[in-house]
Structures are given as structure tokens and as C-alpha cells.
Design a protein. Structure first.
Length: 720
């Protein structure tokens, strides 16, 4: 254990959470402890399962009755004044509530038990209450319980099946009581020698009804040396904590008991020397006769064969081991099941009674599984070739280890072993066949770690190129990994190494965009664009997308150079609206910024250089002038010449910026009657809007003839 206080189990109340959860410790009020100058106020300390401190907080509370973790990993503390407080594993206060005045009226709480669904408390008047929540008071009063004889008891523990109760009396008697709906009966008992009180005996007893008690001694220490034992229930056993160690006690599996139990011959078969080549055949036959699966015997034989037979070549060992292991895999389940059934019937009914009793007391469902089902599950499990390959690698035979690893059916174990053998390419192939992204990422990490850095900072990608060769799935995972982790330069180097010019060019464009977003110098962006243009130029004659990308890249290079010149000119000539930042903007964004700065000549020059269409340019200029509140320039631009996009964008821009006067003037230039009526309505001129809808729209030719005829009529009237 990693905690620094060696007397923490003697001087504190310690509670452990199951499933390897955290530990909590607070100073016990029943143990006298002299106050120190460093810590005058007690603390609630929270540790990991190994005793590493997580958090600590001041403990200003008194009269603690019980402290335990619930299934949600919340520390529940019950106090004698019927107050309940809960804390998180990080030391945060979660809930605080009182169980009610009824418990206080009965003298408070003298004992409490924290279970899965709530808290059970015993008051001073021997009344039992159940609180069915951990965050609020939901109290339930139970009837007066039956008094168990041979008391009083200092500790009680219920079994998982709730059918048995283990009780330790004040006189030193340990009893197991069978509890049903009507009575309490003694099922088993044991006694202790109470004369040895000079030393603490750290003894843990395991047992049940109708079985012998198994004592486990965890050492004895003098009083005052910090000794103590804390038991924490786990899902598969029991965790025993002492001041220096943490041990897990679990029931041995049935297969282990059958091999190492009394009367078993498998241990002799495993440990016997393998001087005779075909001795494993005898072991297999004995296993078939006794109802055991022969796979474990052959695995043990294979491990010893690999470790000891140095005279055999890798080919001979591979053939011998694989032939035997596959022969076991092809063993008919019916034959194995029949052997298991015969063995079970030969043992008699005593085993079934023991299994039933163990299941009822300990709650283990393993004993309820038939032997036939266990045999079939063992036959269906994959062969442990990864274990054999690891043994070959430890024996200094990497070729044999690689050959055995190729037969492993579990992809995770196979890939992990191949990576340990430095077979990155083969591991990547197996991971790609399994279509497992996590395994592919492990292979990529191993390949990158194997490639040493060169003096110029570029990675030698020989291992990576070899691993990703002819594996599209692995290549896709590598590309996604580089993009999500921001390692586009590494991806570009890989594409350059494998002569994927178009993909390398796209990576360079992404790097240029990333540099622009990060505000890097324009030389860095120009460099990445130049790299991209070079990659696209090498394949533009054979790939149409590369040709298009090459043209756009050259355009971006030219625009970047012009933007750099504009920045220099703006800073030297004192243009409006500093700061002047053009690099990184698109073409239309650059034109818009020039119009906002009233540099119309530069904007017209960009339009001419990059062949921007009139409609696109006019819309950009109209919006920019309106956003810049340059309405005089907008009016002059409307009178400059006939608009190629009509006058609706002019009116909409004026209305958007609130210039109703200019909008009214430009509304009369709108050709469409419906659009003109809509603008009149927006300006509050409903009469003119109705008149515009009633006036028929004239064509261009009709209007011209009407104007000419009117002019001739006025001229003739003047002469007369």
C-alpha cells in the first residue's frame, strides 16, 4: 500500500468500495490520538485502491456510526444524531439530510448498515428503521426483530443469497445461522481462544454451513504498531487490506481444482520430463477417460516442447505443435461430453450437494453450469497460439514465434504479439483483415516509433511505407489520424514518399489554409502553395482534377503576391481603415476590402486581372458601398451606366442600411412593375404602389415609338 501513515487501520475508520474502488479513512473517536501541531483538525482522506491519496477535506463532524460506499461510488456516512452525509470520490459534498425526529426521540442511532438499496439503522430502543434512498429521507419502520440467542454479537454479515448470517459473539464464538421466514437455526459454529490478547491476530476465516473453516493468517503485530485488517467485498472474491498489503482472495476455477486437487494426475503429467516424444498421447487419453479437456495438457506440452527441444528446427516444431493443437480442436464435442458425463456419474451425488451449498451461500453461479456445457465452451474457445508464440519468442526463436502467431484466431492477441516481435508489416496486414481501427492505430504508432528522425527533421518512413503498402484500409486510417491530430505535414511526407502527387498537393493546400488560419507569414503560405503547384504540375497531363487544381493553385499564388503588394502600398500611402490585412482573403473579399477603403482603381484592376464577371463585381461593389455608408458613391455608381443586374440590388442595399430617400430615387429606375410596387410599399407609398401595378409594362420598342411620336407632335405644334 502507498499510504504514508502505517497506523491508519488502527487509528482510523476505513471503508473500501468494491470492484477495486477507492478507499476512505477518517480518524476514529474511540482511539486516543494526541493532537499534533500540523493537523489539529481531523481530515477525511480518500485514496485509490493502492492507497494513493486522491483528496482530503476537513472533518468537523462527531459521533460517526457507520461509513461505507454504495454501488454508485458515493461515500455514505451515518451519524448518531440521525444525520446522513454523502461524499464523492473526489471529496465533494453530495447530499446532507436528517432521518427525522422519530429517531432522535428514541435516543439516536447506535448501529447502522449501508446496503445496496438504502440504509438500515438500529436505535437506542432496539427499533429498526430502513431508509430507502441515499439522497433524501424515505424512512420505513420495521417490526421488532427476533432476538438471536447466544448473544450479544459484535459483528454480523449476511450472505449474497440472504439465506445465511455469520455472527461473532462477544464471547468469541463464530456462528453461521440459517434464516428463513419463520425461524433462525444454527448451521455451523466455531470458537476461538480468548486468552491470546497480547497481540493482534490478523486471521480471516473462510467457510460456510456444513463445511470446514479455512483460516488465512495475515501476520500478527504488537498492539500500537498500526496493525489491522479491512475486508472489502468484490464481485469475484474478497479484498483484504492490511497496513502494508492488499490481497485478493478468489475461489479457484473448477478446471484448476480438477487439475491440482487431491487425487488428480494432471499435475504429474504436466511436470513430467518430455524425453519420450509421444508422451502427450498418454496424457490426452487419460484426460478423455477422466472427463477433462485435453487442450490444457497439450498446451503445457507445447510450451515445454518449445522451451526444451533446442535440437528441433523451427519447421519441425511448427508442424508438431500445430498438428497436435488442431487435432484437439477437431475433437468431436459428443465424445468429450460423453466422457464428462461418465466422469460426473462416477463421482456420485456428493459433488452436486457441495455445489448447491456453495452456490446458496456464496452466490456463485459457476457451480450451476453442467460439466457438458463447460466442456463444449472449452472446445469452442480459440486455440492459444499467441501464448505459444510468446514462449517461442522468449526462448530466442523469433521465426518460430512468427509462424505460430500466424495461427492465432484472436486478432487483438495476434497483432499485439506481432508488434512485440517487430513484425509491423505483418501486424498491419492482420489488423486490416480484421477491419479493426484500434489495432490499425497501434500498428501505425509502432511503425512511426520504429522510423528514426533524420537530421533535417523529416521522418524516415521506410517502416510506415512498408506497413501501409497494398492496404487501403490502413492508408485511410493513417490519413484520418493525421488530419484529426493536425499532422498534415507528416501525411504530405508520406504521399511524397509513395509518389502520390495529387494527394500530396491536396495536403499542401490544406497546410496553406491552416497557415492562413493561424496567421502565419505570407512566405510560409506561398511556400506551401508552390509545393502544391509543383505536385499538381507533375500529373496534370494525366489527371484532369490535377490540371484544374494546378490552375487554381497558380491563381492563388498570383493573388497572394498581389495581396502582399496591396498591403505594402496601403501602409505606405495611408489608405483608409487600418490595419490593412489582405493576405489570406479570397478574391472577392479582397475586392470588397478595397471598395470599403475607397480604392476603386485597385478594385477595378483586380477585376480586370482575374476576369471577374460584371454581375458578380457589381453586386460586390453595391454591398460594399452600402455597408461602408458611402451613399454618394453608390448614387454615382448607379448613374455611371446602365446596371447589368438591374436596380433592385441598389434599392435593397439602401433599404437595408436605412437610406429611404436614395431608395425612393432609385425605385423609379426599377423596370419590373411588381418589384417597383414592392419597393413603394416598403417605403410607405401605397398609392404609387397601386399605380405601378395598374400601369401596363411597356416593351422597349413601344416606349421608343411613343417618345418619337410625342416629340414630332410638339414640334409641329410649335411651327403652327
Amino acid at each position: 500500500m502507498l499510504w504514508t501513515n502505517p497506523k491508519i487501520l488502527e487509528t482510523s475508520i476505513v471503508a473500501g468500495a468494491p470492484w477495486g474502488g477507492p478507499l476512505a479513512a477518517v480518524r476514529s473517536e474511540r482511539v486516543f490520538q494526541p493532537a499534533t501541531t500540523h493537523k489539529l483538525v481531523p481530515e477525511l482522506q480518500l485514496f485509490t485502491a493502492r492507497g494513493r491519496l486522491i483528496a482530503s477535506l476537513p472533518w468537523t463532524f462527531t459521533r460517526l456510526v457507520a461509513m461505507q460506499w454504495n454501488e454508485e461510488e458515493a461515500l455514505v456516512c451515518v451519524f448518531a444524531d440521525s444525520v446522513v452525509r454523502t461524499f464523492s470520490p473526489a471529496g465533494e459534498k453530495l447530499h446532507f439530510f436528517s432521518l427525522g425526529e422519530a429517531i432522535k426521540a428514541e435516543g439516536g442511532i447506535i448501529q447502522a448498515c449501508i446496503g445496496k438499496a438504502g440504509i438500515a439503522v438500529l436505535t437506542s430502543t432496539n427499533q429498526v428503521y430502513i431508509n430507502q434512498a441515499f439522497d433524501k429521507a424515505r424512512l420505513l419502520h420495521l417490526p421488532t426483530p427476533r432476538i438471536i440467542p447466544d448473544g450479544p454479537f459484535v459483528a454480523l454479515a449476511a450472505s449474497r443469497s440472504n439465506r445465511f448470517v455469520a455472527a461473532v459473539s462477544n464471547a468469541g464464538a463464530l456462528q453461521v445461522l440459517r434464516v428463513d421466514a419463520s425461524s433462525v437455526q444454527l448451521a455451523a459454529s466455531a470458537s476461538f481462544d480468548r486468552s491470546r490478547r497480547v497481540r493482534q491476530i490478523h486471521l480471516v476465516l473462510l467457510g460456510g454451513p456444513n463445511s470446514e473453516w479455512l483460516p488465512l493468517d495475515f501476520g500478527s503485530e504488537p498492539r500500537g504498531s498500526g496493525g489491522g485488517v479491512v475486508l472489502v467485498e468484490e464481485i469475484d472474491g474478497l479484498r483484504v487490506l492490511t497496513s502494508t498489503t492488499a490481497e485478493l482472495i478468489r475461489r479457484a476455477a473448477a478446471a484448476t481444482e480438477s487439475v491440482f486437487g487431491v487425487g488428480s494426475i494432471c499435475t504429474c503429467l504436466r511436470e513430467a520430463p518430455l524425453d519420450i516424444r509421444h508422451q502427450h498421447l498418454l496424457a490426452v487419453r487419460i484426460c478423455e477417460y477422466s472427463g477433462l479437456c485435453p487442450r490444457g495438457v497439450l498446451v503445457s506440452w507445447s510450451l515445454a516442447k518449445i522451451s526444451r527441444c533446442a535440437s528441433l528446427t523451427d519447421e519441425e516444431l511448427t508442424e508438431a505443435v500445430c498438428s497436435r493443437m488442431h487435432a484437439v480442436a477437431r475433437l468431436p464435442p459428443a465424445a468429450a461430453a460423453a466422457a464428462a458425463a461418465a466422469a460426473a456419474s462416477a463421482k456420485g451425488g456428493g459433488g452436486d450437494a457441495t455445489a448447491s451449498l456453495a452456490q446458496s451461500f456464496f452466490g456463485y453461479a459457476f457451480y450451476n453450469r453442467p460439466a457438458q456445457q463447460q466442456q463444449q465452451l472449452q472446445l469452442q474457445s480459440p486455440l492459444p497460439f499467441a501464448r505459444l508464440a510468446l514462449c517461442a519468442a522468449q526462448a530466442g526463436r523469433p521465426v518460430l514465434a512468427t509462424r505460430l502467431a500466424a495461427f492465432e484466431a484472436e486478432p487483438k492477441a495476434q497483432v499485439s504479439l506481432l508488434l512485440k516481435l517487430a513484425k509491423v508489416s505483418l501486424a498491419t496486414e492482420k489488423a486490416a483483415e480484421a477491419a479493426d481501427a484500434d489495432l490499425l492505430l497501434q500498428c501505425l504508432a509502432a511503425a512511426l516509433a520504429a522510423d528514426a528522425d533524420s537530421p533535417d527533421g523529416r521522418v524516415d518512413m521506410s517502416q510506415l511505407v512498408e506497413a501501409l503498402h497494398d492496404h487501403p484500409a490502413a492508408q485511410s486510417v493513417f490519413a484520418i489520424y493525421c488530419k484529426q491530430t493536425g499532422q498534415l505535414q507528416l501525411l504530405e511526407q508520406y504521399y511524397e514518399r509513395v509518389a502520390a502527387a495529387q494527394e500530396a498537393g491536396l495536403c499542401c493546400l490544406s497546410l496553406a489554409e491552416a497557415a492562413a488560419a493561424a496567421g502565419a507569414e505570407w512566405e510560409q503560405r506561398r511556400g506551401w502553395l508552390a509545393y502544391a503547384g509543383g505536385f499538381f504540375a507533375s500529373v496534370k497531363d494525366s489527371q484532369l482534377p490535377a490540371a484544374v487544381a494546378h490552375s487554381e493553385t497558380l491563381t492563388s499564388l498570383e493573388l497572394l503576391s498581389i495581396q502582399r503588394d496591396l498591403e505594402v502600398k496601403a501602409n505606405t500611402c495611408g489608405w483608409l481603415g487600418p490595419p490593412h490585412k489582405f493576405a489570406g482573403l479570397s478574391l472577392m473579399q479582397t475586392i470588397r476590402q478595397l471598395i470599403l477603403k475607397m480604392e476603386f482603381a485597385e478594385a477595378d484592376n483586380l477585376k480586370k486581372v482575374f476576369n471577374v464577371g460584371d454581375a458578380r463585381y457589381w453586386r460586390c461593389k453595391i454591398d460594399a458601398l452600402a455597408d461602408g455608408m458611402h451613399f454618394d458613391e453608390l448614387q454615382a455608381f448607379a448613374k455611371y451606366r446602365t446596371s447589368p443586374i438591374g436596380y433592385e440590388p441598389f434599392v435593397e442595399a439602401c433599404l437595408r442600411k436605412g437610406n429611404r430617400e436614395l431608395a425612393l430615387q432609385l425605385t423609379y429606375k426599377v423596370q419590373g412593375a411588381e418589384a417597383r410596387a414592392r419597393f413603394f410599399s416598403a417605403l410607405g407609398r401605397e398609392d404609387e404602389a397601386a399605380a405601378a401595378l395598374q400601369t401596363p409594362q411597356q416593351s422597349v420598342g413601344g416606349g421608343l415609338l411613343q417618345a418619337l411620336s410625342g416629340a414630332f407632335s410638339r414640334r409641329s405644334a410649335t411651327h403652327d
